[in-house]
Design a protein around this ligand. Structure first.
Ligand code: ADP
Ligand code: MG
Length: 258
């Protein structure tokens, strides 16, 4: 099996890419042995923050500046997930070119199952390089128009790329199930892509950030956490294993989405 490099991207910032990269990375380990997540947002890096890693001595920036080997920038989360953080220091963005990583990814991670890229938002330089570096693209949106409108541009750029990554689908994040929101079906029709998963807006995700835990690692039973495991199952192409209580609920009341 070849490694699958999946780009987690969005038109708009703040929609939840980094949160999803971190939690999906953990959840995917239920189905795969070797999973890595990489901060591809070098100039405004955040991934390390989600793991309380801002003091880590060697970062991706050191590799990109030829000061360290790529293997020296890999950290292991207690769950086994491999994390490649970028630096949070402004001084560390000088002379850093994420292109140097793009060309090495497939080869370096050849024995991994999945590598997730935490992309920069929009279609700036770093986001374009992430698009060229990946095999598959997952778009993160919120159930509101502003996060949807740039995805069409993204699709056009993807179809013009030589590497032809596959736009696998959409993850709808921060879903509140309110009538002023777009529905899952509206989003699917608007973007003409499959909806891979829906993640509720959940205070646990915010609280977790502040208290330095990730729901998928510390609160597996929460509904937010389950939505990440469902997405992981979908990516792995296996059926999500609903627990007894959920099976019972589903038997009585057909869920709006699964
Ligand atoms: P991006 O990487 O797309 O800029 P982030 O993952 O950093 O977005 O998320 C932006 C903010 O929203 C963070 O404070 C994060 O904790 C919060 N957040 C993300 N997803 C959710 C969610 N499903 N429920 C509640 N808060 C969320
Ligand atoms: Mg981010």
């Amino acid at each position: 099996m070849m490694v699958r490099i999946i780009n987690i991207c969005s038109g708009k910032g703040g929609v939840g890419k980094t949160t999803i990269t971190a939690n999906l990375g953990i959840a995917l380990q239920k189905y795969y042995n070797k999973v890595a997540i990489i901060d591809f947002n070098i100039t405004t890096s955040h991934l390390g923050l989600y793991f309380d890693m801002y003091t880590c001595p060697v970062t991706l920036n050191n590799f990109l500046r030829n000061e360290a080997k790529l293997e020296d920038t890999i950290y292991t989360h207690p769950s086994g997930l491999k994390i490649i953080p970028a630096s949070l220091k402004i001084s560390d963005i000088v002379n850093v070119d994420v292109n140097n990583l793009k060309n090495n990814l497939k080869q370096f991670f050849y024995d991994y199952d999945i590598v997730l890229l935490d992309s920069a938002p929009g279609l700036g330089r770093e986001a374009l390089i992430a698009l060229q570096a990946c095999d598959e693209v997952l778009f993160v949106v919120n159930p509101h128009i502003p996060s949807l409108i740039d995805i069409e541009k993204y699709k056009q750029v993807i179809s013009s790329l030589q590497s032809r990554p596959v736009p696998t689908g959409i993850i709808i994040n921060m879903f509140r199930n309110k009538n002023y929101e777009l529905t899952v079906e509206e989003i699917r029709q608007f973007l003409e892509l499959p909806v891979i998963g829906v993640i509720p807006e959940d205070e646990k995700i915010l609280a977790g950030f502040n208290k330095k835990f990730l729901v998928t690692a510390s609160d597996k039973k929460s509904s937010a956490s389950k939505s990440f495991f469902k997405i992981a199952a979908r990516i792995a192409g296996v059926e999500y294993n609903y627990g007894f209580w959920e099976r019972l609920k589903r038997a009585f009341k057909k869920e709006k989405f699964s």
